[in-house]
Design a protein around this ligand. Structure first.
Ligand code: GDP
Length: 479
């Protein structure tokens, strides 16, 4: 926790020379680019008659969640819709079909560009926002980062198929998130379509559609012929009305990142879905561990916009770094605040990574399991000299454990242990088990640095035995 003299002066809005002088009077000799510790900085800040604010979680909360919205300031907003369902049931086709037919039809320059979300207007005049990445992987990763973005899930089930594993997963995700579903029975144009089978299948997963006298709206559609698309959109609009989705366009913006990347020409670019308030050009914001100032914004049709209200997706330029999908964006008052919060979060994340890195030995995993009842998986990474051994080890790993604990082989392969292996192991807090192979020099260094445990074996039995011991360590915790 240090700050350069120049930065300190900048944040206090005082002249650098004056700050250096004040430091000298306190017996500290420093040039403007040198860092001073937090305590010294605090002393100087007080001397200049400013308030000291060291950032903490509570401070961040305070800066970010300033005002409660008054009921009279709330206005209805468009629902945010995610399409989920089994692979090949037509999620992408449906998203494309909806976009093509409905994107603010006829508007000049209406060439849609992919920014991760788009808006459409229904026949009856409702606006809907679709997340343009189908599937529940994005949905869950966003949720895990704290951004609950989706208001309504459209569950796509192919009429010529049935409820499949990923259909069930999607149902479970929607239920876990408490998000209402609408069922789109797709591929209704196919001669083999059997929508009744889909409806009865769904019953087994406690999804009772209207046609079965339930509450969940179901619509027969075809992404290819366009049949039922309008009906589907109206069903979504109706569901949105029931939800009474509201936001306050008059406040400073809060949003969620749905996509972000480093663009060669434009620098870091993020698509932000505004959730509350209005995001404006020139706004200063923090987003996850990054911060920035809105330099420019483009909507889903590639048009420059100066502001974006609730439920509107915009591509934002002017970031200092690339955030991650699911990161929350908050507009703050000053650049100093934005930077301070971002730096604070970077530090917290770094500490967390260090703590996670420290837990990659088998012993540490067992210890962690003792502290955390939820750890019931022992992740490992396996490298072996030949394919046959690797597979034999993986098979043995799968046999270890029971209902409560199991060994999860994150990755296995043939050949020396590399830096990539170490990276993966670190990210998942797993040890690397090498059978008749060694780590190369860079992997060894990296493992040492990151605190990833690498164990070497030449007898499969020994390897299995060690993992068993670690797993039973986890087991005894359950008793
Ligand atoms: P996703 O994996 O769920 O995104 O599925 P896709 O959108 O990629 O569709 C999988 C396949 O089904 C593609 O070959 C599509 O052309 C086809 N398909 C999608 N929707 C329909 C439909 O309504 N009718 C017919 N006949 N084929 C469809």
């Amino acid at each position: 926790e240090a700050i350069t003299v120049a930065e300190l002066a900048n944040r206090m809005a005082e002249r650098v020379g004056d700050v250096i002088k004040a430091l000298m009077q306190n017996g500290v000799m420093a040039t403007q680019n040198q860092s001073i510790d937090a305590d010294t900085a605090e002393l100087i800040i007080e001397e200049f008659g400013h308030n000291v604010t060291r950032v903490s979680d509570a401070d961040v909360e305070q800066v970010i969640h300033t005002v409660e919205d008054k009921p009279e300031d709330l206005q209805s907003r468009a629902p945010i819709v995610t399409i989920m369902g089994h692979v090949d049931h037509g999620k992408t086709s449906l998203l494309d079909a909806i976009r093509k037919t409905k994107v603010v039809a006829g508007e000049a320059g209406g060439i849609t560009q992919h920014i991760g979300a788009y808006q459409v207007t229904t026949e009856s005049g409702s606006t809907l926002t679709f997340l343009d990445t189908p599937g529940h992987a994005a949905f869950t990763s966003m949720r895990s980062r704290g951004a609950q973005v989706t208001d309504i899930v459209v569950l796509v089930v192919a009429a010529d198929d049935a409820v499949m594993p990923q259909t069930v997963e999607a149902i479970n995700h929607a239920k876990a998130a408490g998000v209402p579903m609408i069922v789109a029975i797709n591929k209704i144009d196919k001669p083999s379509a059997n929508p009744t089978k889909v409806r009865t299948d769904l019953l087994q997963h406690e999804v009772v559609v209207e046609q079965m006298s339930g509450e969940v709206q179901d619509v027969e559609v075809s992404a290819i012929s366009g049949q039922g698309l309008d009906e589907l959109l109206e069903a979504i609009a109706l569901q949105a009305e029931i939800l009474e989705l509201k936001a306050n366009p008059g406040r400073s913006a809060q949003g969620a990142v749905i996509e972000a990347q480093l663009d060669v020409g434009r620098g870091p670019v993020a698509t932000v879905l505004v959730q509350n308030g209005t995001l404006r050009q020139g706004d200063i914001f923090v987003v996850g561990e990054q911060w920035g100032k809105v330099r420019a914004m483009e909507n889903d049709q590639g048009q420059r916009v100066k502001e974006a209200g609730p439920s509107v997706p915009v591509e934002v330029l002017g970031l200092n770094g690339t955030p991650e999908a699911g990161d929350v964006l908050n507009v703050v008052e000053t650049e100093a605040q934005a930077r301070e919060i971002a730096e604070y979060r970077q530090q917290v994340a770094k500490d967390k990574r260090a703590a996670a890195g420290a837990a990659t030995t088998l012993e540490a995993l067992m210890q962690k399991a003792k502290e955390d009842e939820n750890v019931s998986e022992l992740p490992v990474l396996i490298k072996a000299d030949v394919q046959g051994s690797a597979e034999a080890i993986v098979q043995a790993m799968e046999k270890i454990g029971n209902d409560e604990v199991r060994v999860r082989v994150l990755h296995y392969g043939v050949g020396a242990i590399t830096e990539t292996d170490v990276g993966l192991a670190e990210a998942s807090g797993a040890p690397i088990l090498g059978f008749n192979v060694r780590a190369n020099a860079s992997a060894r260094n990296s493992a040492n640095q990151k605190g990833v445990e690498v164990r070497y074996y030449s007898v499969i039995y020994d390897l299995v035995d060690d993992v068993k011991a670690a797993a039973s360590g986890l087991l005894s915790n359950e008793i």
